[in-house]
Design a protein around this ligand. Structure first.
Ligand code: F6R
Length: 636
């Protein structure tokens, strides 16, 4: 089979002079995963026909989950057999028991091995239960076993933000074999959510080496989401260096990187296509290029010259437009028209150059907030303005957010309730459950309930502060979230129905939602999918013709300036008020459970991000605001 051709048919692939590794970009990780599963299945079948074993190198982590799911489906529905498959997993934490839900042994059985007909003796995973003195020999034997099996026919890889493949962290040698290794701090931060805090993440792992991986006959590396964009660019376009071990793959002659749009955003051909090829200059590409040029040269838009365009790959745009003068003015106006202090539209004003309609003057608005705090973190200023400007604003918290409340915080509330009520039964049970809880135990329903309540009451305190009546605050508690674990269920009909019901009840003119499109496994993406599905169902209703959807970004990223279609500026007083609203979410302050790779508290992130957006607008030559919130319209 010609793998390149197969991927070319399925995704987008264009070679450029910047790229040193064959890569294909898919619209999203789901379709990409199907293509990868298809390649693996074909390999297994072709080996079966030739009466041979198929030796697969396998990866864990979030990237391959959908590939395994599709292989399981193929086994169950299409009879794909794994009887001739021998697997070698890349790595395992050390020390690590097999039964630990965080072990890669557990992961592989849960996602693949328990559901297919692979022979148990054909499964090989580095052993996290060895004594330290046994590791060296184990690693030698692991290499030997791969060799005796005939070598890896296919190696599946993910990539860490450090550029690791397997757990070959920066510094790993081109010729390294299977060995134990100390995990990089960034890798441990990335694993902290799954381990419920960085203190529980092991410091060491056993991993196949770079040389072990390189010997595979075929390699497919998958990367999803904007978090991987910069390491993907470094790997595909950068020099080979031990500081980014994945760059060693540039020396392999049968490797494909399978990317989704998020992971590909930093590639030169995607980010700045005018540096690579002739472009069709749509209005949005023109704006993107002008904003880029302005920030590259540190000049405001109106100061860009013909020479600036010609020297930076945009000569064809200049020819099309005639001169920098008119082009600059057009783009400046376009940016200017995104700015409004009237996010719900300005009544009785000409709205031809405003982001929102002026009618109806009083709009019904739903702000969907994935967790009980994203509303104020991501759009607290706009929320405040909408209320102040007289719109009927509803907030709908999509999930309970209960797993993000620490046990210590919960115990505090249970103890207060216990003392108040002279030993109330529920409070006593909660205290007992929390005190007997071991690491990784799932909370009992009654504990989860209290955790959810804590977040509800914090939210209501914040929405009251912004001036919203309690009856306009809705807690949807979408069922997909209620597993009590980091890993959530798949989105189901019940979730979508709840979303449909609230939209149908309120019949909004505006919907705001968290548009973290690039994060494939986070709760925000699932909540957004639930909204998209609901919109799809409801769009046949007449009232939906008047409903515009605006997407804000969650706590982690902001829209790029050229993507912003509505920018709502904030005064210094409004910045303070927004901060105060975020403060009501006490359980999410001071060392929260799911901090991610950013040690700042949420109010700090929001404040700095909004300041940064205002600064960017200002450096393009627009007015100098204290802060700005940003939105992109979604057309359904
Ligand atoms: C997993 C492994 C790692 C992961 C990488 C990406 O077996 O060896 O290299 O592939 O850390 O992890 P995810 O897919 O969770 O982003």
């Amino acid at each position: 089979m010609n793998n390149d051709l197969k991927y070319k048919e399925a995704g987008k692939f264009e070679e450029t002079r910047f790229e040193k590794i064959h890569n294909v970009i898919f619209e999203n990780s789901n379709v990409a995963s199907l293509a990868v599963a298809e390649e693996i299945a074909e390999l297994i079948k072709s080996k079966q026909e030739a009466n041979q074993n198929c030796v697969l190198g396998l990866a864990t982590g979030s990237s391959p989950i959908n590939v395994y799911e599709e292989l399981v489906r193929m086994h169950q529905e299409e009879g794909l057999s794994f009887k001739n498959v021998i697997t070698f997993n890349l790595d395992e934490y050390y020390p690590m028991d097999r039964e630990n839900t965080q072990s890669y042994w557990y992961f592989m059985h849960e996602h693949l091995f328990n559901h297919v007909d692979i022979l148990p003796e054909n499964i090989n995973i580095p052993d996290g239960t060895l004594k330290p003195e046994e590791i060296h020999q184990f690693c030698i034997d692991y290499e030997l076993k791969i060799k005796e099996a005939g070598g890896l026919d296919f190696q599946l890889l993910g990539i860490g933000r450090t550029g690791h493949i397997g757990f070959n962290e920066p510094g790993s040698h081109f010729n390294s074999g299977t060995r134990n290794i100390t995990l990089d701090h960034i890798t441990r931060i990335d694993a902290a959510t799954a381990f419920l805090g960085i203190d529980h993440v092991p410091r060491v792992a056993i991993t196949m080496g770079i040389s072990t991986i390189r010997k595979a006959k075929r390699i497919v590396l998958m990367a999803w989401g904007v978090n991987k964009a910069s390491v993907v660019k470094e790997t595909i376009e950068g020099e080979i260096t031990s500081e980014v071990p994945a760059t060693y793959l540039q020396r392999h002659d049968n490797v494909t990187f399978v990317l989704d749009e998020g992971a590909s955003t930093d590639l030169t051909r995607i980010k700045t296509p005018w540096l690579v090829k002739n472009c069709i200059w749509t209005e949005s590409l023109t704006l993107k290029a002008v904003v880029w040029l302005s920030s590259l040269l540190d000049k405001s838009v109106l100061k860009l010259t013909d020479k600036d365009y010609n020297y930076n790959g945009m000569a064809s745009l200049l020819v099309e437009q005639g001169s920098a003068y008119q082009l600059n003015i057009n783009m400046f106006n376009k940016l200017q028209h995104t700015i409004t202090g009237w996010p719900g539209g300005k009544p009785n004003a000409d709205d031809s150059n405003r982001p929102e309609r002026n009618t109806p003057a009083r709009k019904r608005v739903i702000i969907f907030s994935p967790h009980p705090d994203d509303d104020v973190i991501s759009m607290g200023g706009t929320f405040d303005r909408l209320v102040e400007q007289g719109h009927e604003v509803h907030v709908a918290y999509q999930t309970s957010g209960n797993i993000a409340v620490a046990d210590e915080e919960t115990l505090k509330f249970a103890e207060v309730a216990f003392e108040l009520n002279g030993g109330a039964k529920n409070a006593a049970e909660i205290i007992e459950d929390l005190n007997s809880k071991k690491n990784y135990d799932i909370d009992s329903p009654i504990v989860r309930n209290l955790k959810g309540l804590i977040r509800r009451k914090e939210s209501v305190a914040a929405t009251r502060y912004v001036g919203l009546p309690d009856e306009q605050v809705h807690f949807l508690d979408l069922p997909f979230y209620e597993t009590g674990r980091v890993k959530k269920d798949k989105l189901g009909d019940r979730d979508v129905k709840i979303m449909c019901d609230i939209i149908d009840e309120i019949k909004p003119h505006q919907i705001y939602a968290a548009g973290d499109l690039a994060d494939p496994h986070g709760t925000h993406k699932v909540c957004l999918d639930a909204l998209f599905m609901a919109l799809d169902i409801l769009k046949k209703n007449k009232y939906m013709d008047d409903c515009w959807v605006w997407l804000y970004r969650g706590a982690w990223h902001e829209w790029d300036i050229h993507d912003i279609e509505m920018a709502v500026p904030m005064s210094p007083d409004q910045v303070l008020k927004k901060k105060q609203a975020i403060f009501f979410h006490q359980s999410q302050k001071d060392g929260v459970m799911f901090q991610g790779d950013d040690s700042r508290e949420f109010w700090m992130r929001a404040e700095e991000r909004n300041k940064e957006t205002a600064k960017k607008y200002n450096s393009l030559g627009l007015a100098d605001y204290a802060a700005c919130e940003a939105f992109k319209r979604y057309h359904y």
